[in-house]
Design a protein around this ligand. Sequence first.
Ligand SMILES: *[C@@H]1O[C@H](CO)[C@@H](O)[C@H](O)[C@H]1NC(C)=O
Ligand SMILES: *[C@@H]1O[C@H](CO)[C@@H](O)[C@H](O)[C@H]1NC(C)=O
Ligand SMILES: *[C@@H]1O[C@H](CO)[C@@H](O)[C@H](O)[C@H]1NC(C)=O
Ligand SMILES: *[C@@H]1O[C@H](CO)[C@@H](O)[C@H](O)[C@H]1NC(C)=O
Ligand SMILES: *[C@@H]1O[C@H](CO)[C@@H](O)[C@H](O)[C@H]1NC(C)=O
Ligand SMILES: *[C@@H]1O[C@H](CO)[C@@H](O)[C@H](O)[C@H]1NC(C)=O
Ligand SMILES: *[C@@H]1O[C@H](CO)[C@@H](O)[C@H](O)[C@H]1NC(C)=O
Ligand SMILES: *[C@@H]1O[C@H](CO)[C@@H](O)[C@H](O)[C@H]1NC(C)=O
Ligand SMILES: *[C@@H]1O[C@H](CO)[C@@H](O)[C@H](O)[C@H]1NC(C)=O
Ligand SMILES: *[C@@H]1O[C@H](CO)[C@@H](O)[C@H](O)[C@H]1NC(C)=O
Ligand SMILES: *[C@@H]1O[C@H](CO)[C@@H](O)[C@H](O)[C@H]1NC(C)=O
Length: 824
Amino acid sequence: MAHLFLLSAAGLLLSVNAQPAPSVQAGITAAIKNAANATTLDYTAFVNPFIGTDNFGDVCPGASIPFGMVKFSTDLTGYAPAGYVTDPTQFIRGLSPLHDSGTGSSLGTYGNFEIMPMTCPKGFDTCATSLNNRQRLRKLHTDLASPGYFAQTLDNNIKMEATPTRRAGLERFTFPSGSKPYFVLDLANDLPNSFAGGEMNIDPTKGQITIGGHWGSSFGPGRFNYQAFACYDLLDGGKQTLSEYGVWTADNFGLDAKGLGQTHLNLSINLIGGVYQSGALFSYDGTPEQVTIRVGVSFVSTDQACANAESEVGNSSFEDIQAAAKALWNEKLSKIEIDVPNTPANVTEMLYSSLYRASLTPNNATDETQGLFAGTSSFYFDSLYCSWDTFRTFYPLMSLHSPVEFAQIVDSYIDGWRKNGWMPECRANNLPGWTQGGSSADVIVGHFATHYHNEAAALGINLDELYAAAWTDSEVNPPEWNIQGRQSNVYKQYGYVPFAVLDVSSTGRQTREGSRTLEYAFEDFAIRQIAQVLGKTDDVALFANRSLSYRNVWDPSVVSDGFHGFAQKRYPSGKFNFTDPKHCSPVDNVTTECSLQSDNTNGFYESSSWEYSCDTGSLPHDTAHLIELMGGNATFVKRLDHFFSAGFYGAGNEPSFQTPIGYHYANHPAQSVDRVRRVVFENFDITPAGLPGNDDQAAMASLLSFHLLGFYPVPSTTQYLVLSPFIPKYTIHNSYLGTSTTVTVVGFNSKSVQRIIPPGTAAYVANVTINGVPSASRCHLDFYDTFRVGGNITITLTADKTVADDCLGALPESLSTGGFSAAR
Ligand SMILES: *[C@@H]1O[C@H](CO)[C@@H](O)[C@H](O)[C@H]1NC(C)=O
Ligand SMILES: *[C@@H]1O[C@H](CO)[C@@H](O)[C@H](O)[C@H]1NC(C)=O
Ligand SMILES: *[C@@H]1O[C@H](CO)[C@@H](O)[C@H](O)[C@H]1NC(C)=O
Ligand SMILES: *[C@@H]1O[C@H](CO)[C@@H](O)[C@H](O)[C@H]1NC(C)=O
Ligand SMILES: *[C@@H]1O[C@H](CO)[C@@H](O)[C@H](O)[C@H]1NC(C)=O
Ligand SMILES: *[C@@H]1O[C@H](CO)[C@@H](O)[C@H](O)[C@H]1NC(C)=O
Ligand SMILES: *[C@@H]1O[C@H](CO)[C@@H](O)[C@H](O)[C@H]1NC(C)=O
Ligand SMILES: *[C@@H]1O[C@H](CO)[C@@H](O)[C@H](O)[C@H]1NC(C)=O
Ligand SMILES: *[C@@H]1O[C@H](CO)[C@@H](O)[C@H](O)[C@H]1NC(C)=O
Ligand SMILES: *[C@@H]1O[C@H](CO)[C@@H](O)[C@H](O)[C@H]1NC(C)=O
Ligand SMILES: *[C@@H]1O[C@H](CO)[C@@H](O)[C@H](O)[C@H]1NC(C)=O
């Protein structure tokens, strides 16, 4: 999912005066340099949480543990879906515990329960409580973040710090000396202004404030609400004493009322709309320089929020919690160990920052379930948005080193089918979000099944249920396919999703017929893969056949820039509806609506037909036939080259992910190597603006990780395409399987690690050996021969691009050329 609304021009205004504090990058640079002589590595020291916090990367740099439900960040004005942005002209409205990272929700997501520290020199009644009055700019160049820690200083020199556990954490505020600390706690406001009623209670004796209420989805039907709760412990185990306390309510038109000594608010939804503003206001005795506040959150109740704070934080100090969070991150990050001294410093920083984000989301809300999921015995993950983004690279990366976590998330997907009838496509704020294409969850569970069917039972996954869940997505048309499942009745009837079709059995937004057909087809391939694992021969044939439906939207008569054949939307009669294949490409300045809007008549989702038609990633199961449709290998290569040079490639868009490696399928692997170098250096770097747009819940981070490691996964298969690593040597540990796989790049030359590989520099794959045995192809290898069993993969490079530009053996597999013939 890119942005729901395109916001291109505004991006140019940002990036000047960029945060964070210069010490963040200086510390990382020093840590990488010192790694040469370190006996044990602190991998968190290589992570820059600010990458992707500018240029609409929508990354949350807030303090979180791996997959934490809590991500402490400040909330800023302007376009800031994750709370924080680097833009120094935006104002801070408070620090809050719930956020998502890398989602394109244009209104923002979460940001509930904000706390804002302040001084009120003229006393309680004069405190600035409303959003507009209390907001402040930051003190420039002082923003700090590292795994498990976040800090920001306001322009009045009040410093805010936070450190997390899964569902709780500590906030620490440092005030200028001699000032009396005041705090505004916000009951109603969240980033999307979606308050639908709630309660707040102040218990002055306990020094505790509890909040609970309902809010709306950030990326789904507005009529759906979720519940959330928080518990603020104000006394730091008795080290701090409350002075004044009370409630407030305010608006931007003169309401600014305070109730000193009042302890209760119970507010209903404000049906006339607008931002409802109210909450608590309190101060401390004396002029303590530091105030520590303990926060617990829950999606179940205020009691559970308080219990979470007690059990996860207890009496621990800020330093203890921070050290524990850091240790959890080191455990995660050390699953991939690289040869730091011989790796270009920027590559080390990009890799570990990407691996960090690849374990930041989805948010683990196990035991924090509500609605249909209340009390479920399954694991539960919030913010799966969207599966359309994450099926290509995010879960495949996880499959290499973290099968236990992957299985927990798969369990949550299957539980979605048990409770809702279909697997989640785009869960946002514990609610079903908008479907992007079809049912990408099929590909995610398919990837799990192909990789871990031998271990599935031990990992808590029943493969028959997994299959039933995916089968349902394809076979059972939901009454409304905007939020789950697919428009499968008409798809099965016509062999494609027709445009302007009479559908008497279901509703949804009649858009994206071209791209939905391509995606349903690939999802059917994923179901075929699971059927194959389970030995369901008839279903293998049925779904393999259905996975070729993409051919039914291929219009060979369409010509664009001299290239023939493009996917197009099609009427039930079989007649195509022509739309210019360039529409909605990055260079299109004509088409306005390309996303989920009802007037996106383009036929494709957030992409052009050029992009989807070249998309070996939406059709990686049958690229050989796609090449034939386009006129053969030579034309296909010319077409890919033109795709990039004409500007149709969307670096920040998922359907473009695999296209740079498309050359492999036409037997030109060296050209993929050149292309991936350019893709990385033209679109990614170590700055806050270092992502080509929205991180899409680390879809982008995991794509970059694969590029740097020199592999690319074919989703729902065990095939990995071989590229040229940016790192001379690394080891991937899979502690569940008890394996470690070391990739050694013979002939690695750091001079090749740049946008254009200088002629004569070794960078192209001469051959690959796996545990001493030469690989049959230098274009691809299989999980079962490599990462699953562990050992050594040796990639020997050559400078001779001509010699290396041939797979020397089998091309990557395709159904139409007999590929994927047996499950491993
Ligand atoms: C590492 O140690 C060696 C030997 O003591 C020294 O020459 C080198 O400068 C050190 N490198 C770094 C980056 O500190
Ligand atoms: C808060 O108000 C709601 C109705 O808006 C009511 O159902 C609920 O009981 C009230 N809670 C308390 C503690 O009074
Ligand atoms: C925290 O300290 C208080 C008072 O010393 C004690 O009663 C309480 O049991 C402690 N809580 C935990 C979780 O250790
Ligand atoms: C999620 O939380 C549950 C409950 O604490 C825990 O058992 C599980 O390991 C966690 N999983 C991940 C991926 O964080
Ligand atoms: C494959 O699908 C086509 C329609 O697209 C149908 O005519 C054919 O019978 C199917 N073959 C099998 C083996 O299911
Ligand atoms: C294609 O569909 C659009 C509506 O989306 C319609 O205005 C146009 O006339 C159609 N073109 C053809 C060639 O059918
Ligand atoms: C749109 O793009 C075309 C071709 O690049 C260019 O000639 C034209 O000036 C652009 N129009 C606008 C409004 O930017
Ligand atoms: C593309 O090249 C490969 C390898 O040389 C060959 O097997 C395949 O038949 C070619 N495909 C087409 C459509 O020409
Ligand atoms: C590392 O990244 C920074 C920031 O993008 C850039 O200025 C610098 O040139 C890069 N260094 C190398 C060696 O690529
Ligand atoms: C791999 O390629 C290198 C460099 O071209 C060559 O020296 C070596 O003999 C090759 N090894 C195998 C096993 O083919
Ligand atoms: C991998 O290579 C290392 C070092 O060369 C060697 O000790 C080890 O036995 C090899 N492992 C396998 C499985 O070949």
